[in-house]
Design a binder for this molecule. Structure first.
Ligand code: DI6
Ligand code: FE
Length: 410
């Protein structure tokens, strides 16, 4: 008796970049077939070895095209109002990002605009951005709060993020980033703001199930390691995983703290040193690289890629899409930038927006690779090899996409 596989859909004559460790670069399987049932992948392998199926599936030949897992943007701030093009002009004149923030620009500008916007307006803006990402092959996004900095607006942002998945065939993971900047109401009293976050806002966020994780901007122009620890302790008490904006502009030791809380990821990390890399290697924390912010801020300090490789830290890649340091709504561009700016290989970069991005969201059991048991979030590309996804900028054509096994109308 051979294996009988459950299948409502059968894809034939396809080349797969499975992004699994099957001994081939990119986890390639050529001349493959794939079956799905109930939104999950039920069989993957050489077409010549296709087993018996339990029903008549819908059959589709992909004519030798390439399939990858759906891309995952694991770090975005895509719910916000307004833009900061004038600050871009100032920065081109030589004013630094930190100076603009110190003068009341930067994040505060976006906070004012986001507080003033209605939930509907924010949703419309966020839907346009999420639709853009979806059209690039992105089937899952993470979205942070952090442009409200008061209870009302932080909750509004998280509700908007949650609503994206009701309107679009895209998965959304939300992250509470109340500790993104100090709001004007708490000027010069960061500890009191952290008290408010821990005692009032975070419990509401948890109770309303509005966040899947908690993040802090731990930085010279953000919050201290000690303040970060207090937020993380409350997140832990509420059973929420943590992640951290760490070591972006200076080496504060935030990554080591994050590791001690088994953080899902530490993000940016241009200034991370070997001790920090060792700490995150031990905790299994993902290093999320954000080449868009590096490029936009004209940073010259690169993240410690060789050390991350040496200690086998999984590297994820994301857009950090936000109106200040990375107004870039383009995940495929990050695949290229990670190679050109940071020296990742095209294979590492593709892992960064698939399996390692899934790990950075704690979702690697469900998405991020083409494997039996995972959700059928798939992209069929008009390419002749997966390395083309790193090589080419701006003209990737997508033939077809699936979210949970259902064809996405592009
Ligand atoms: N790091 C960043 O790169 C963004 N936030 C953060 O903590 C920048 C956000 C902004 O400038 O609006
Ligand atoms: Fe960010």
């Amino acid at each position: 008796m051979g294996l009988v596989v459950d299948a409502d859909t059968l894809l034939l004559d396809v080349n797969l970049a499975t992004i699994t460790e099957n001994g081939q670069p990119y986890g390639i399987v050529r001349n493959a077939a794939l079956t799905m049932a109930g939104g999950q992948i039920t069989w993957v392998g050489q077409q010549s070895e296709l087993p018996e199926l339990n029903q008549e599936p819908l059959i589709e030949s992909l004519k030798g095209q390439w399939l990858t897992p759906g891309l995952i943007d694991c770090h975005t701030h895509l719910v916000f109002a307004g833009n900061r093009a004038d600050e871009f002009e100032q920065r081109l004149q030589g004013v630094s990002y930190a100076d603009i923030a110190a003068q009341g620009g930067g994040i505060q500008r976006t906070v004012s605009a986001t507080r003033a916007a209605s939930e509907q307006e924010l949703l419309q803006l966020a839907l346009q951005r999420a639709t853009t990402l979806l059209s690039q092959g992105v089937t899952c996004i993470e979205v942070k709060s952090g442009y409200g900095l008061d209870s009302q607006t932080e909750l509004k942002m998280l509700r908007v993020a949650r609503q994206l998945a009701e309107h679009l065939p895209i998965k959304v993971q939300t992250t509470f980033l109340g500790a993104h900047a100090l709001p004007p109401e708490y000027a010069d009293n960061a500890d009191a703001y952290i008290d408010m976050l821990c005692n009032e806002l975070l419990p509401q966020v948890a109770q309303q199930k509005l966040a899947d994780a908690v993040d802090v901007f731990c930085e010279s122009i953000g919050f201290t390691v000690e303040q970060t620890r207090r937020v993380f302790e409350q997140a832990k008490a509420l059973d929420l995983p943590v992640k951290l904006h760490a070591e972006q502009l200076t080496n504060m030791g935030g990554s080591a703290l994050a590791a001690s809380f088994n953080a899902l990821s530490v993000d940016h990390i241009e200034y991370l040193d070997e001790t920090g890399v060792q700490a995150i290697a031990q905790s299994g924390t993902v290093a999320t690289l954000l080449p868009g912010a590096f490029y936009y801020l004209k940073e010259t300090q690169k993240p410690p890629i060789d050390l991350l490789r040496q200690y086998k830290v999984p590297m994820a890649l994301a857009t950090d899409f936000n109106p200040g340091s990375s107004p870039i709504c383009n995940l495929p561009l990050m695949i290229n930038m990670a190679c050109t700016l940071f020296g990742l290989t095209p294979e590492e970069a593709l892992q960064g927006v698939t399996i390692n991005a899934a790990k950075a969201l704690g979702m690697e059991q469900h998405i991020g690779s083409i494997e039996v048991g995972k959700q059928a979030d798939l992209v069929c590309w008009d390419i002749s090899h997966p390395n083309q996804l790193a090589y080419q900028i701006g003209n990737h054509s997508i033939i077809k996409m699936w979210q949970n096994g259902a064809v996405i109308n592009l």
